[in-house]
Design a protein around this ligand. Structure first.
Ligand SMILES: [Cu+2]
Length: 485
């Protein structure tokens, strides 16, 4: 029997799950877990329920969690723009309407288990004006393991190949998965991290290889004779890959210009986008407690690294006028770009986008709270080479981006500005004020003169002060609206 060493107490598991889900408009919500711990769950200690914070009565039984032993720990969850929650556990998928406390089964996920300990990389693809902020969830890697095998004493886990399969689902539109371009190699324990240019960095997990030399193993650890130290995984994957959701099929994954790390990062590794557009990479400890020394193949890892995307050393746009708080709907706001911000050619303003990224936080291949929302924008480009972006607020639906902090980037020709930290909505759990979305000026280029308000700094400041004041007033009104609702 596979010995579980890691204590996954119920409360720990639940706490880790909380932020993956709502932090939403109304409540936070946590689910699943077990009472003691283990490599995988079992009926004796299973806790297939969910509950709310602030509390809303007794825990509610989740049917999908009941049905998906033993790989139902760390269920994968996303709040969808419809307000429902996608639940993915072991081979099954459900749509949870938490208000009605009802679950609707969707199709089984193809090719591989994606939940811990198979541990696929997962991400909600960018929500954009082009897709009308409709959520598609991408699952990459994991392991093709049938339920009985998890507890098979003859199963030598770190020799078992990881999956390269990528599939995606758009749960508010369809109950079925579709195949996407596979990973360049099998991978378990990947992190999928948003870059401000709309691409997704895949890194961590286990070895550079191809379909012959595959990444092997799973998350978790234990002290069997076949474990490597205590690691259930082997052949760390050291070279990242980048996924472009906008690229045509069969061209979405790229490794152009990417070099390998020297640091294996497997179980208990992590990564997060930084405001300057680089990615902080850390962790890996496929062992119990603290294990270092020359005899340990995969020691407790204290080295950290930064991943620098290709745009890192470019001259960055320096937009002026990003608001400190974004709200759900309401009047648009303006941001100014100088000639240099447009790389000397005002027509590049057509390639400018404004994105809000919540980097979230990651552990066990789950990126809790990670979200990418592109705002709608139009532009006015002037003959003197400068331009104004007219930018909508967050769409009037807190389920698209729950209240709380996030970064705003202005991206020109794929080169992002330094992220500005902003607050979304009230920043608190609870009802959010929602207004109809304000109109945007029509786009134009070659306008003779910049508007006088941008000719000098004083008038520019007063203009933005004016906007900030208008927004401040909005906030006085919003609680009243919320009360009224
Ligand atoms: Cu763990």
């Amino acid at each position: 029997m596979i010995q579980a060493v890691e204590p996954l107490r119920q409360q720990q598991v639940r706490l880790e799950i909380i932020s993956s889900i709502l932090r939403a408009a109304l409540v936070s919500h946590d689910l699943g877990g077990c009472r003691n711990g283990g490599y995988v769950n079992d009926a004796w200690q299973d806790n297939p329920t969910y509950e709310f914070f602030p509390p809303k009565g007794n825990p509610v039984t989740s049917l999908i969690l009941q049905r998906t032993l033993p790989a139902n720990l760390y269920p994968l969850t996303w709040l969808l723009p419809s307000g429902k929650i996608l639940l993915q556990s072991n081979w099954q998928t459900s749509l949870l309407d938490y208000r009605k406390k009802s679950e609707t089964p969707l199709d089984d996920i193809p090719d591989a288990v994606r939940t811990y300990p198979a541990s696929a990389g997962t991400v909600m693809l960018p929500l954009t004006p082009q897709n009308n902020w409709t959520a598609t969830i991408l699952f990459c890697g994991g392991s093709d393991v049938q339920p009985k095998r998890w507890l098979d004493p003859k199963w030598i886990i770190p020799t078992y190949p990881a999956s390269a399969s990528c599939v995606k689902i758009t749960p508010d539109v369809s109950k079925s998965y579709v195949q996407d371009d596979p990973l360049p190699e099998g991978r378990t324990m990947a992190n999928l991290i948003f870059l401000p240019n709309g691409k997704i960095l895949c890194l961590n997990g286990a070895k550079l290889g191809d379909l012959i030399v595959r990444t092997e193993g799973t998350s978790g650890y234990g002290n069997q004779s076949w474990a490597i130290g205590m690691s259930y995984a082997d052949q760390p994957t050291l070279t990242p890959a980048i996924y472009d959701p906008e690229a045509p099929a069969r061209q979405r994954w790229s490794r152009d210009g990417l070099s390998a790390s020297k640091v294996p990062r497997m179980y208990h590794s992590s990564a997060i986008l930084l405001p300057d557009g680089s990615v902080l990479v850390s962790g890996s400890n496929p062992n119990s407690d603290y294990n270092v020394g020359p005899t340990i193949k995969y020691p407790t890892e204290y080295r950290t690294e930064r991943f620098y995307p290709s745009y890192y050393n470019e001259r960055r746009p320096q937009p002026v006028g990003i608001l400190k708080r974004l709200v759900y709907g309401g009047p648009s706001f303006d941001v100014k770009l100088e000639k240099e911000d447009l790389f000397g050619d005002v027509s590049n303003v057509k390639n400018a986008s404004v994105v809000v990224i919540r980097p979230g936080f990651s552990t066990h291949s789950m990126n809790m709270g990670q979200r990418f929302v592109q705002l709608e924008n139009t532009h006015t480009g002037y003959k003197n080479g400068t331009a104004i972006l007219h930018i909508s607020q967050i769409p009037p639906n807190p389920a698209i981006l729950a209240p709380g902090p996030a970064f705003v980037f202005v991206v020109v020709n794929g080169v992002p500005s330094i992220g500005v930290q902003v607050m979304i909505g009230s920043g608190q759990l609870g009802s959010q004020g929602v207004l109809p979305i304000g109109g945007l000026k029509e786009s134009s280029i070659g306008v003779v003169d910049p508007s006088p308000s941008f000719h000098n700094d004083a008038s520019r400041v007063s203009r933005f002060k004016g906007l900030a004041m208008a927004q401040g007033m909005l906030f006085l009104v919003l609680p009243l609206l919320a009360l009224a609702l």
